[in-house]
Structures are given as C-alpha cells and as structure tokens.
Design a protein around this ligand. Structure first.
Ligand code: NAP
Length: 272
C-alpha cells in the first residue's frame, strides 16, 4: 500500500492508524488541524519505525484546505496507496438546537470531505491499477441519532457504491463501522462516557487492527468485534420503527431529561 494518508491523525482512531501503519513500514501523510500534535507524532513515528512522515495541517471544514489535501492525493510523483478518511466529530448540540452553520460544517467534514478526497484518491489509484480507500463510518449510521447518523449512513452507502464502481480496477473501498470506542470523541461532544456500560466500549488498538486486516482482504464493510457485528445485523433486520424507539431509549439514558427545565409551570412551552 506504500504511503498512507490519514485524516484526523492527531488523536483517537486516526492516531492509532498512524502507529499501526508505521509499524507495518508505511510512510505517512498526517492530516488534522493541530500542528503541534502532528509534528510531535511525526517525530515519534520517524524515530520509532524509521518511516517517512509528512505533516499536512488542514481544517477540513475549509474548502481551500480540503483542496490542498486532494492535490496531495493526486500528486503522481509521491503516490498515496492508502487513503483513510477518518476525521470526524459529533456536534455538541442536537440538530434543531444547534445553529445551521455548525451543522453545515459537520456535514462538510464528514460527508463532503469524504467525497472530495475519495474522488482524488480513486482517480489517481485507478490510473495506477492499485490502491485502497478506507472511510470511517459508524454503527450509528444504522440508527437515528441526530444528523450524525445520516452522515455516517451516507459514508456507508457511498463506500459500497465506490467498491462496486472500482471492482476489477485493483482499487478497493472499505467502510469501517466502529461501535463506541475510547477516544477524545465523547469529551469533544460533551457526552458523559459513564452513561455507557463497560461492555459497550472498544479500544482503538483492536478497532484499527480489524480495519487494516479488512482493508488488506478487500472487505467492503468492516465492523470490529462480535458484539457490534451482532448489533449491526440486528439493526439491519429490525423494523425502522423499532430502531427509532431504540434511539429514543439510548438518548434518554445518555441525556436524561433536565430536572429543572427553564419553562415554569405558568409559562408552558407552546408546541404549536
Ligand atoms: P477523536 O479522538 O476526537 O479524533 C478526531 C480527529 O478528527 C482528530 O484528529 C481531529 O484533529 C480530527 N478533526 C476533527 N475535526 C476536524 C477538522 N475540521 N479538520 C481536520 N481534522 C479534524 O475522535 P475519534 O473517535 O478518533 O473519531 C475518528 C472517527 O471515528 C470519526 O469519523 C468518528 O465519527 C468515528 N467514530 C468514532 C466512534 C467513537 O466512539 N469514538 C465510534 C464510531 C465512529 P484536530 O482536532 O487536530 O483537527
């Protein structure tokens, strides 16, 4: 796979991708906003694994920055053999409570960027007759959790379509669907991690090892752990009304209703 380009390499799952790929002797292009973290990581990877590392600082909600990353993927003289579209986050507020600009930014980072970078990578890789694209979705893409589920459902369907289109070209497309994984994701989203039972959590090491093994095999849907494979199968088989009820139940556990709502009994919110 040669050089790998990883978005969101400064933390969590992306950071682990960088370490496991460097250990497997892949050169790396590290993409995220936090220059200090990326340069520190690049130095560590060079020293520990002897691989070549490039730091590409980019805010993926900025279209100019996205174009710079796409140009790097298209550069014929320094071919990228593996693209990992990993950068992502859950906005801290539900869709209607949030302002539209923040929601558009999330859509850009998790949907538009995946499309633009996949296009740049697939074009260059198909011309060379080899390469792999790994897009990070989520089991949340099978549920109905805010706009985030819709973004991740798009990532899955898009990746499956890409795999069909690229079949026979030497280029593969894989969608990774992690369940809850211990990273900075939940802190950044303001989610209380204690609301979830211990059994629900995965670690980045096993998620990334499963993903890379599936990429090497050309597997299209990669769902780490038996428990989340079972959950994904159940979510696919259940009627959508049951999936929506499950999402309600999960939301009620993670965000219990405010015991002291702003509205006083004399001033009830008017649903009309
Ligand atoms: P994380 O620890 O918070 O890391 C997120 C990464 O994305 C960071 O490197 C961050 O870097 C980067 N990023 C965020 N916004 C960016 C932007 N505008 N431009 C460039 N980079 C940006 O979260 P994680 O859990 O590793 O998440 C990685 C992926 O896994 C995401 O797509 C997420 O949706 C998915 N996922 C996570 C879980 C989970 O439970 N953790 C479950 C399913 C799917 P900077 O801040 O330096 O820019």
């Amino acid at each position: 796979m040669g050089t790998a380009l990883v978005t969101g390499a400064s933390a969590g799952i992306g950071l682990e991708f960088a370490w496991q790929l460097a250990t497997a002797r892949h050169d790396l292009v590290l993409v995220a906003r936090d220059r200090e973290r990326l340069e520190h990581l690049a130095g560590q990877l060079r020293a520990a694994a002897g691989v070549r590392t490039e730091v590409l600082v980019a805010d993926l909600s900025d279209r100019g920055d996205v174009d710079r990353v796409a140009a790097r993927l298209a550069a014929a003289e320094r071919p990228v053999g593996l693209l990992i579209n990993n950068a992502g986050y859950a906005p801290a507020l539900p869709f209607v409570d949030d302002d539209l600009a923040s929601q558009e930014q999330a859509l850009d980072v998790m949907v538009r960027v995946v499309m633009v970078l996949s296009h740049a990578a697939a074009t260059a890789m198909r011309a060379r007759g080899r390469g792999a694209i790994l897009n990070v979705g989520s089991v949340a893409g099978l549920m109905a959790t805010s706009a985030y589920s819709a973004h991740k459902a798009w990532v899955q369907t898009f990746t499956e379509a890409l795999a069909v289109e690229l079949d026979g070209t030497g280029v593969t497309a894989t969608c990774l669907r992690p369940g809850l994984t211990r990273t900075e994701f939940h802190d950044r989203a303001g989610v209380d991690v204690h609301a979830y039972p211990e059994i629900a959590w995965l670690d980045t090491e096993s998620v990334v090892a499963c993903a890379l093994s599936d990429v090497r095999r050309g597997t299209v849907l990669s769902t780490p752990s038996l428990r989340y494979q079972t959950a994904a199968t159940a979510l696919k088989l259940l009627p959508r009304a049951a999936v929506r009820s499950l999402t309600h139940l999960r939301d009620a556990i993670v965000n219990p209703p405010d015991e002291h709502p702003d509205e006083s009994p004399e001033d009830p919110a008017d649903p009309v």
